[in-house]
Design a protein around this ligand. Structure first.
Ligand SMILES: [Mg+2]
Length: 275
């Protein structure tokens, strides 16, 4: 009787193990919404290493400003250009919302921006206050759309970012005959230099924040390497694995990609990328 009882218990246990294992396997194979965002967002949201990297970037930026200032006495046209999202404003709470809701950009993006609640990327405020104190002209070049201008300025003003004049904020304009690639920041940088400014330092989290980045091209890596001596000198790069052109450049099409398709990308050799 006792043996029979133990056998029944064992059978139930084995059945439940098999059952949960099957569930686990099917979950693993299923497409999980925003799965490629989770670790990246946790990193920005919590990791002290992320914050340390940001401080490191801006500490280098401050050292560079000090040297540039010393090497250019009397010049008042020196300009610093910064991107906004993930360069000076931290939107990781928005990315966390995307994961929770299973929806992608642009869902909730305007709602989040209109809260004007983003916190500064560590070190960014001190960096720009320092640039301001040394007399650099600061330009904010962002691909946020014009309809978010008021909320963006409010967010930046609340945080006490300097030089928030209209002419120093260059957001993304609508697509038109003369503006065929609204995301391309190069025309906006040229607009700044055409006004007599000399751009001596740029900060961003996307290569397009520094130069014209052909992110779908096969030579993206080679193009970046051409500028390798500029990083930490003229270009200050902030870490952002949550989103950006790097994702499309390696063939991930959206945040809903299945784990299988991400593993396929991880294991194949991506053309033009030298690992
Ligand atoms: Mg950015």
């Amino acid at each position: 009787m006792k043996t029979k009882f133990i056998s029944i218990i064992l059978a139930i246990f084995l059945f439940s193990c098999t059952n949960s294992s099957d569930k686990y396997l099917s979950t693993k194979k299923k497409s999980i919404a925003n799965n490629n965002l989770i670790m990246a967002t946790l990193y920005n949201y919590y990791a002290s290493e992320y914050k340390a990297l940001s401080y490191q970037a801006y500490n280098i930026g401050k050292q560079r400003l000090s040297i540039i200032k010393k090497n250019n006495p009397g010049k008042n046209n020196l300009a610093v250009v910064v991107d906004i999202d993930e360069t000076i404003l931290d939107n990781s709470p928005y990315e966390a919302k995307s994961i929770e809701s299973g929806k992608n950009y642009p869902a909730y993006w305007n709602t989040w921006c209109n809260l004007s609640a983003a916190k500064p990327v560590p070190g960014s405020l001190e960096f720009l206050k320092y640039a301001d104190s040394l007399g650099f002209n600061i330009f904010y070049v962002s691909n946020r759309k014009k309809n978010l201008e008021e909320a963006t300025v409010k967010n930046l003003k609340n945080l006490r970012f300097p030089q928030l004049k209209d002419t120093h904020l260059l957001l993304r304009e609508k697509k038109s005959g003369t503006n065929k690639e609204p995301n391309n920041k190069q025309p906006r940088r040229e607009k700044i230099t055409s006004q007599g400014y000399e751009i001596v330092l740029l900060a961003g989290d996307n290569l397009g924040d520094f130069y014209e980045d052909n992110f779908l091209g096969k030579n993206r890596y080679a193009e970046m390497k051409k500028h390798k001596n500029d990083f930490g000198k003229k270009f200050i790069v902030l870490p952002n694995a949550m989103y950006g052109k790097w994702i499309k450049s390696i063939g991930v099409t959206d945040n809903q990609s299945s784990i299988d398709s991400l593993i396929t990308i991880m294991t194949k050799k991506i053309e033009g990328v030298n690992r």
